[in-house]
Ligand binder design. Structure first.
Ligand SMILES: Nc1ncnc2c1ncn2[C@@H]1O[C@H](COP(=O)(O)OP(=O)(O)OP(=O)(O)O)[C@@H](O)[C@H]1O
Length: 163
C-alpha cells in the first residue's frame, strides 16, 4: 500500500472482501471479515493440507496459516503458544476458533484421530449449554468460551474472548 493509514487499510480490506478474500494480514496479525455465507473452497481438506508447514506469507492470508505458525513456533521455541481471537459479537470468533481447531487436529493431531474428533465433537455440546440467540448473533457465546487443547506435553491455548 502506498499510504499506511486507517482509510487505505479499510479500503484494502473491503476490496479484498468483495473478491471473497476475507483474510488480510497486517504484519503477523490476521484480520478476518465475516462473509456470512459459506465459502467452501476456503476450508477444503486440500486447503488444510496446503497450509501445513508453510511460513506466514508463503500462501495467501488464512486462519490456517496462523494455526500452523503457532504450532511450529511451539516446536521450535519449546514454549506454549497462544492464539487470541478477538472481535465484536457476531464477528466470527467462534467460527474462526473452530477452523483453528480443525486445522490443528487434522494436521498435527495423533494418527488415529480419535481424540481429535472427540475435541471437535464436544463443541456443539458446549454450545448447546453456553450459547444463546441475541440481536447480533443467532448463536452467540454469551457465557464466554475458553478452549484449552493439549497435544502431547505442552500444546496450546486458544482464547475466544466474549465481547
Ligand atoms: N468464516 C466464516 N464463514 C462463514 N460464515 C461465518 C464465518 N464466520 C462467521 N460466520 C457466520 O457468522 C455467524 C456469527 O459468527 P460467530 O458465532 O463465530 O461470532 P462470534 O464472534 O463468536 O460472536 P459472539 O461474540 O456473539 O459469540 C456464524 O453463526 C456464521 O453464520
Amino acid at each position: 500500500m502506498m499510504f499506511l493509514n486507517e482509510a487505505s487499510l479499510l479500503n484494502n480490506i473491503r476490496t479484498r472482501y468483495y473478491k471473497n478474500k476475507i483474510y488480510t494480514y497486517v504484519a503477523n496479525i490476521l484480520i478476518a471479515v465475516n462473509p456470512y455465507s459459506e465459502i467452501p473452497a476456503l476450508y477444503s481438506p486440500e486447503m488444510i493440507r496446503n497450509y501445513k508447514g508453510k511460513s506466514l506469507g508463503q500462501l495467501p492470508p488464512h486462519v490456517f496459516a496462523i494455526a500452523d505458525k503457532a504450532y511450529r513456533d511451539m516446536q521450535v521455541l519449546k514454549q506454549s503458544q497462544s492464539i487470541i481471537v478477538s472481535g465484536e459479537s457476531g464477528a466470527g470468533k467462534t467460527e474462526s476458533t473452530k477452523h483453528l481447531l480443525k486445522f490443528l487436529c487434522h494436521n498435527w493431531g495423533e494418527e488415529s484421530g480419535i481424540l481429535e474428533q472427540k475435541i471437535l465433537d464436544a463443541n456443539p455440546v458446549l454450545e448447546a449449554f453456553g450459547n444463546a440467540k441475541t440481536t447480533r448473533n443467532n448463536n452467540s457465546s454469551r457465557f464466554g468460551k475458553f478452549i484449552e487443547v493439549h497435544f502431547d506435553k505442552d500444546f496450546k491455548v486458544l482464547y475466544d474472548i466474549p465481547q
